[in-house]
Design a protein around this ligand. Structure first.
Ligand code: GDD
Length: 337
C-alpha cells in the first residue's frame, strides 16, 4: 500500500521538490492550492507543470477553516507537510496583519482539522531560522532562544509553538523543521539569491545594466532546497516526533553571493551592484548559521550541494531560461518589496 501525503504550498519551491521526492518514493501526492491558482494554471503552476498528471490538487485557502477541513475530510492522509505561508520577510513589514493571519491562523486550521479528523496523521510544520532573529549564540541549534525580528519571524515562532503544543497536549505526531535559507533555480524572484542570479543573466544578455540591492553585509546559511525536502520527509519517519535544525553550517554574506554569481558569468559584481536604501529592512538579521548535528546524528541527513555548486546551478539555469524564453519584464526591480 502506498502512503498518501498532503502538501500545502505545493506550487512553491519546496512543495514542488517535495512532491517530486515523494512521487519517486511511491507516495500518492495531494496538494492544496488556492482557487485563484486553479484559474491561472499556466502562471501559478510553473514549478509543478511536469507533475500535474501524477498529483491531485484540491482548492482551499489558509484563510478558511472550512475549506481546509473539507480537504482533510475527503481522504485519509499518512503525512501532511504544511509549507504554505506568506514567506517573504520584507513583505511582512509592509503588511504584518495578513502575514500573521495566514501564517498563524492557517497553521492552526491545519492542526485543528487534523486533530478533529485524522489525529494519527504525521504533520510537518515549516519553521524557520528567522525565529532565531537577533541571535544570542552562533551557530544556532534547536535550543537557541528565539528573538524574531519581523512579523514573519514572529508568525513562525507562533506556528512552531502551536505545533509543539498539539504534540504535547494531544499526543499528535507534529514536528517543526527549523530550516535555514534554502535556494534553487525554482526560488521566487523576490528573494535575494534569485534576484541576483536572474539579474546576472539579464546583464550577461545585455538587457539589464545594474543590480540594486539593500544590505550586502547580511550573512545567511544558504543550502539547496532539494537537500532540505529530504530532511522534511525523514523527520516524519522517526519513532518520536521532534524538531530539527536543517542547515549547511556555513554562512556567506550577500556580497559574497554577488561575487560568486557574477563570477560564474565572468563578470565583476562591483561594476553592476548599486546600493539602494529602499531594500534595507526596518530590523535586520545580521548573521544566521545553523548547527545541524542533531539531524545528522538522528536522521542521517547531510547536505549534498556546496555553496559554489548552488550558485553555479542557479546562474546557469537563469542564463539558459533567458536564452530559451527571451527577455521578460524585470519584476525584481519593481518597488514592491
Ligand atoms: N530580498 C532581498 N532583496 N533581500 C536583500 C536585498 C534585496 O534587494 N538586499 C539585501 N538583502 C538581504 C536581506 O536584508 C536579508 O538580510 C538577506 O538579503 C536575505 O534576504 P531574503 O533572500 O529575502 O531571505 P530571508 O533571509 O529574509 O528569508 C528567507 O529565509 C528564511 C529562512 O531563514 C525566506 O525564505 C524565509 O521565508 C525563510 O524562512
Amino acid at each position: 500500500m502506498s502512503k498518501r501525503a498532503l502538501i500545502t504550498g505545493i506550487t512553491g519551491q519546496d512543495g514542488s521538490y517535495l512532491a517530486e521526492y515523494l512521487l519517486a518514493l511511491g507516495y500518492e501526492v495531494h496538494g492544496i492550492v488556492r482557487r485563484v491558482a486553479l484559474e491561472d494554471p499556466e502562471r501559478r503552476f510553473t514549478r509543478i507543470a511536469h507533475l500535474l498528471d501524477r498529483i491531485r490538487l484540491h482548492g482551499a485557502s489558509l484563510e478558511s477553516y472550512p475549506s481546509i477541513f473539507n480537504v482533510v475530510s475527503r481522504h485519509q492522509f499518512d503525512e501532511c507537510y504544511h509549507l504554505a505561508a506568506q514567506s517573504f520577510v520584507a513583505e511582512s513589514f509592509q503588511d504584518g496583519f495578513s502575514t500573521m493571519n495566514i501564517n498563524i491562523n492557517g497553521t492552526h486550521y491545519v492542526l485543528a482539522a487534523l486533530k478533529e479528523l485524522q489525529p494519527t496523521c504525521h504533520l510537518y510544520f515549516a519553521g524557520s531560522s528567522e525565529m532565531f532573529g537577533k541571535v544570542t549564540e552562533t551557530p544556532q541549534h534547536e535550543t537557541t532562544p528565539f528573538h524574531p525580528r519581523s512579523p514573519y519571524g514572529i508568525s513562525k515562532v507562533a506556528g512552531f509553538q502551536l505545533t509543539r503544543n498539539y504534540r504535547e497536549a494531544f499526543g499528535m505526531y507534529c514536528v517543526s523543521g527549523i530550516l535555514f535559507n534554502h535556494e534553487s533555480p525554482r526560488r521566487g524572484f523576490e528573494f535575494v539569491t534569485r534576484k541576483i542570479t536572474s539579474t546576472v543573466a539579464r546583464i550577461k544578455a545585455g538587457v539589464a545594466s545594474e543590480l540594486r540591492l539593500g544590505n550586502l553585509e547580511a550573512k545567511r546559511d544558504w543550502g539547496h532546497a532539494k537537500d532540505y525536502v529530504r530532511a522534511m520527509h525523514s523527520m516524519l519517519q522517526q519513532p518520536q516526533a521532534d524538531d530539527y535544525v536543517i542547515a549547511t553550517g556555513q554562512s556567506h554574506s550577500v556580497r559574497e553571493f554577488c561575487e560568486a554569481a557574477f563570477g560564474v558569468a565572468g563578470l565583476d559584481y562591483q561594476e553592476y551592484v548599486k546600493i539602494d536604501e529602499f531594500f534595507y529592512r526596518p530590523a535586520e538579521i545580521d548573521l544566521l548559521v545553523g548547527d545541524a548535528s542533531r539531524a545528522r546524528e538522528l536522521l542521517g541527513w547531510k547536505p549534498s550541494y556546496t555553496f559554489n555548486g548552488l550558485v553555479e546551478e542557479m546562474v546557469n539555469a537563469d542564463i539558459e531560461a533567458l536564452a530559451a524564453a527571451g527577455p521578460r519584464p524585470n519584476v525584481t526591480h519593481a518597488r514592491l518589496t
